[in-house]
Design a protein around this ligand. Structure first.
Ligand code: UDX
Length: 443
């Protein structure tokens, strides 16, 4: 393979679109491939079909260089390239916690079928351990005879909202099952981040697959740990935010992912821990499965806890009460509402008869599509106006920095539940708000 590999990226969702743009930014010729014509059209026209800071600018810049294209024509894309990244989704199945591998298999088969030169197929999607080995069989059975085709696993750890930085400056580059030749090709692809200090971890296929899901499982466990401790804090009259800061000073623990509150959501953590639970059970590793089951239960329990607090705040029933909800995205800096704790809570209160008004600075449209029956506002004020209780469910800066004094004048009852632990409690209380924070009820 020559020194400047030509690249395809299959799948143009959060992962694939960002990866394609980043590879072009690193100077390679890149074709992004998707079966969804509307996504391809949008990206080709310089429009990112989701909110991701920094990505639109980088997309536009790299389209202009001519290095970056998008197409639904897999055959021609594959024929012109030597490195093929598989970045398609692995959603949770409807009937079980197992991952749906149909898209990964389809993409791999399509790539293998259309190969005209030696190639490296690089799996980036999050898959259950053992998948890559099976895909190798698929590639061997599908690729034209006589070509040297390798399948390597190179999991991706990008966070939404920080996808561009995470892709260009990864914490580590894990390469599973790479021959010396494939390793050399990928070291060329990742030369820039490697030069900047991203460590390369060389390993086998199953380890590479497991690094990804273990990382997410650990992050999820950290969040559920602090949420479990938040319950103890509430019962004991302690303050979990101070506790988390104090824990975080221990470098072995670290402060990150110790924010107690409504818990984790999004397209990755919930589905990945469930898929790992399912896979661990299949493999007879029951302890891992039992641990993750607890992590999941604690996490889902936080949503119920916030619903209960809202009911309590309204005297036991929210029927015909006005509930203001600040936040719809599963976290700030994204418009993603997949498995969003915020929308789950809003919907649960709506089901109990509340008149819910949701406001989110970026996720209003995606939220409306996912939960069309909820009420939506176009500003913080609209959510707060005449509310009987206000819930802060996603910690956008503009909510954390809102003026409690002014908002107190808009509410019918100045009662707030800070489900993300980021509001300045003392200021809100001083402004007359009855303030409830998870894990710091008495603070
Ligand atoms: C995650 C992983 O971080 C990333 O490495 C992986 O590639 C994909 O999954 P992402 O889904 O973008 O990324 O979200 P992340 O920033 O990890 O947050 C996940 C959820 O945890 C959010 O709902 C967030 O609100 C919640 N969270 C995070 C907490 O409740 N407390 C915390 O302390 C941190």
């Amino acid at each position: 393979t020559p020194s400047a590999p030509r690249i395809t990226v299959f799948g143009t969702g959060y992962l694939g679109a960002t990866h394609a743009v980043a590879m072009a930014e690193l100077g390679f010729d890149v074709v992004g491939v998707d079966v969804d014509q509307s996504k391809v059209d949008a990206l080709a026209a310089g429009k990112v079909p989701f909110f991701e800071p920094g990505l639109p600018e980088l997309l536009e810049k790299n389209l202009a260089t001519g290095r970056l294209r998008f197409t639904t024509d897999a055959a021609s894309a594959v024929a012109g390239a030597d490195v093929h990244f598989v970045c398609v989704g692995t959603p949770q199945q409807r009937t079980s916690h197992a991952a749906n591998l149909a898209y990964v298999e389809d993409a791999t088969r399509v790539i293998a079928q259309h190969l005209t030169t030696d190639a490296v197929i690089v799996g980036k999607s999050t898959v259950p351990v053992g998948t890559a080995a099976r895909l190798r069989g698929l590639v061997a059975a599908t690729a034209p005879a006589g070509l040297d085709v390798e399948l390597v696993w190179n999991p991706e750890f990008l966070r939404e909202g920080k996808a561009v930085g995470d892709t260009l400056h990864p914490d580590r580059i894990v390469l599973g099952g790479a021959s010396p030749q494939a390793e050399a090709v990928l070291r060329t692809v990742y030369a820039a981040p490697i030069a900047e200090g991203s460590p390369v971890v060389l390993t086998d296929l199953p380890t590479a697959e497991l690094v990804k899901v273990s990382a997410n499982a650990f992050l999820a466990t950290k969040i559920s740990f602090i949420n479990a401790i938040a319950g103890v804090c509430e019962a004991a009259g302690a303050d979990v935010t101070v506790l988390a800061d104090a824990l975080g000073h221990d470098v072995r623990i670290g402060r990150q992912f110790l924010d107690a509150g409504l818990g984790f959501g999004g397209g990755c953590l919930p589905k990945d821990i469930r898929a790992l639970m399912h896979r661990a059970n299949e493999l007879g590793a029951y302890r891992a499965s039992a641990l993750l089951q607890q992590v999941d239960e604690i996490n889902m329990g936080q949503r119920e806890r916030v619903v209960d607090l809202a009911l309590e705040a309204c005297g036991g029933s929210v029927l015909n009460k006005r509930v203001g909800v600040l936040g719809a995205a599963f976290k700030p800096l994204t418009d993603d509402v997949r498995d969003s704790p915020a929308l789950n809570v809003a919907a649960a209160l709506h089901l109990r008869g509340a008149q819910v008004t949701v406001f989110d600075p970026e996720a209003g449209d995606t939220a409306r599509r996912a939960f069309p029956t909820l009420g939506y506002g176009t500003s913080v004020d609209e959510a707060v106006e005449e509310c009987d209780v206000l819930l802060v469910l996603t910690e956008w800066d503009q909510f954390v920095g809102a003026d409690p004094q002014r908002l107190a004048g808009l509410a019918r009852h100045a009662r707030v539940i800070d489900a993300r632990g980021k509001l300045p409690a003392a200021e809100w209380r001083a402004a007359g708000w009855e303030f409830t924070g998870l894990g710091r009820l008495t603070a």
